[in-house]
Design a protein around this ligand. Structure first.
Ligand code: B12
Length: 210
């Protein structure tokens, strides 16, 4: 059992091996954050770089992403075992027009690990779906992910829709994803931005302290 073997399973798209090796790390008591960052995020970043350099193509990326997902599923219950009262409820989703969910899933897990109740709306989530959920009450934070420059506008649309429905004051809005910046977040009137999942959990905690 080694990180090299886990990386290889993710590069090869071997979902069963990725899950089994991750189970081994968990059973041996390795810190969950270390397994996540060094075991899973690191190889997926390499896949991302190779995709950028046209060294691998979409099918390879998909099978690697699937392997990563199966390993993430092994880690998930361990993030949630905080045993403390929930810090608040976060509704998270990848915005309309965007199907990328690896980063969003990691953020979701980190938030659960930090003690939040997380309702994950999945991918391609339109503004109205967020608005309808906030209307029903009990939501502290809306967290939106976007990996495409073309879908970032849907984040702004969601903020406007919340404002239009008179719900903006009652909920915090957090945004993230590779093309998103603090500047963009400020421009659209979001309350927080984070460039990675660990910081996202810290920022979510800070938002509810204010
Ligand atoms: C995997 C991947 C795919 C997979 C997605 C699988 C899946 N289930 O997610 C597949 C193959 C399906 C795919 C499809 C496409 N993709 Co793609 N994809 C990627 C790739 C290689 C990796 C993304 C990833 O998972 N990164 C790893 C995760 C961990 O990082 P992350 O998402 O950034 O998340 C971290 C932070 O951003 C942050 N974060 C994320 N979300 C949130 C939310 C909040 C609230 C906060 C606070 C923080 C936060 O925390 C996360 C963890 O630390 C990137 C390239 C890259 N290097 O980023 C391209 C990339 C995003 N894709 C790209 C493109 C163009 C596409 C396609 C249009 C390709 C096509 N021609 O069909 C389609 C789009 C389909 C659609 N409508 O969405 C472009 C986007 C370009 C742009 N500027 O818009 C990229 C950048 C590749 C490139 N260089 O061209 N893709």
């Amino acid at each position: 059992m080694s990180f090299e073997a886990l990386h290889k399973a993710i590069y090869d798209g071997d979902a069963a091996a990725a899950a089994n090796i991750t189970k081994g790390f968990v059973a041996s008591g390795s810190p969950i954050r270390e397994i996540l960052e060094q075991g899973l995020i690191a190889p997926m970043s390499v896949v991302g770089e190779k995709f950028k350099a046209c060294e691998v193509f979409i099918p390879e990326v998909i099978i690697s992403a699937k392997a990563m997902h199966s390993a993430l599923a092994v880690l998930e219950p361990h993030f949630s075992k905080s045993g403390i009262r929930p810090l608040g409820t976060v509704v998270i989703g990848t915005v309309k027009g965007d199907l990328h969910d690896i980063g969003k899933n990691i953020v979701s897990m980190m938030l659960k690990g930090a003690g939040f109740v997380v309702e994950d709306f999945g991918i391609d989530v339109g503004p109205q779906k967020f608005v309808d959920r906030v209307k029903r009450g009990g939501v502290d934070i809306i967290a939106m992910s976007s990996l495409l420059t073309t879908s970032m506008g849907a984040m702004a649309d969601t903020v406007s829709s919340l404002r239009g429905a008179g719900l903006r004051e009652g909920v915090k809005v957090m945004v993230g994803g590779a093309p998103v910046t603090q500047e963009f977040a400020s421009k659209i009137g979001a309350d927080a931005y984070a460039s990675d999942a660990a910081t996202a959990a810290d920022k979510a905690r800070d938002l509810l302290k204010r």
